[in-house]
Ligand binder design. Structure first.
Ligand code: SF4
Length: 286
């Protein structure tokens, strides 16, 4: 049997915002005196969270429990305004690692709602980024498809990690179901997400099997798995140990991609293990 070709996506792994947040956390570990926390896991990857713990950075799930004088790192998808205000009032030192693209979406929500627009956010209402975005609307924002009666001026933004196609579908739905005087649409889908998803689709069209590497709690990795599964057999794994040799039987081209919160070292371990199982050769990166 011929050894397969292993194609690793060029955009697999940390995006700009996650890279920045992890670097800020590493810097904080070496420069801060006193306890350092992240508010919730810094990124959706348990192995990175474990590594940070080893450097003295713990996860705090309840911001109200942070002691005055502590340092807290705000993760890349931001926190609600009221949380920031509470932390400031308690004398907690804040290292704000909110991704600049998320910050831009927050500013858009604030600007639109200050100008009498109602803003609808296309995204997952349970996701921390969306909860934070909502807070910047100060009562004049809601989550798709909910738009209060009587709204005439509508703003639409998206969770940064949303599928672009879904964002477009939702806009069409809004315009088709309600009459507004004015609709202002801001495409706040992060390019990094869109590019990663496009590349994943291309990879899945060329491959007989796609492995998506990423935390099980990572929305981005789950979405990549959805995109790949529409084209070909695909599996979502967190670490190399989960690879099952039976998946590779008879496969000629194997694609590997990873979510934006997957560190390079985990991707490399997966690539090495796929090489070991299949005897395949890596085409491109890796
Ligand atoms: S996916 Fe985009 S918006 Fe989200 S953290 Fe990464 S770079 Fe920032």
């Amino acid at each position: 049997m011929q050894a397969p070709l292993i194609k690793v996506a060029e955009k697999a792994g940390f995006c700009f915002g996650v890279k920045r947040a992890v670097r800020m956390a590493y810097d904080a570990a070496s420069s801060c005196s006193g306890p350092v926390y992240t508010l919730g896991p810094l990124i959706h990857n348990p192995q990175v969270v474990e590594r940070l713990k080893g450097m003295g950075i713990d996860v705090c799930d309840n911001y109200e429990e942070l002691p005055p004088g502590a340092t807290v790192i705000i993760r890349s998808h931001g926190v609600p305004l009221e949380v920031l205000e509470f932390l400031r009032s308690r004398g907690v030192r804040i290292i704000d690692a909110t991704c600049p693209f998320v910050k831009k979406a927050q500013d858009i929500v604030a600007t639109l709602t200050n100008s009498e627009y109602h803003v609808v956010i296309v995204g997952d209402g349970n996701h921390p980024e969306v909860k934070a975005l909502l807070s910047y609307g100060k009562g004049r924002a809601s989550i798709f498809p909910h738009v209060p009666d009587g709204v005439l001026k509508l703003g639409v933004v998206s969770q940064t990690t949303q599928l672009l196609e879904k964002f477009i579908e939702c806009i069409k739905w809004l315009i088709g179901h309600r009459e507004f005087q004015e609709v202002r649409i801001y495409n706040t889908v992060c390019q990094s997400t869109a590019e990663r998803q496009k590349e994943c689709k291309r990879l899945a069209q060329e491959a007989d099997l796609v492995i998506v590497v990423g935390g099980r709690n990572s929305a981005g990795a789950k979405k990549l798995w959805v995109v790949a599964s529409e084209e070909v057999e695909a599996y979502h794994i967190e670490v190399a140990e989960e690879l099952n040799p039976s998946w590779f039987l008879g496969k000629r081209v194997i694609g590997i991609t990873a979510g934006a919160s997957t560190p390079e070292w985990i991707i490399s371990e997966v690539v090495e293990e796929v090489k070991r199982i299949t005897g395949g050769k890596v085409d491109g990166r890796g």
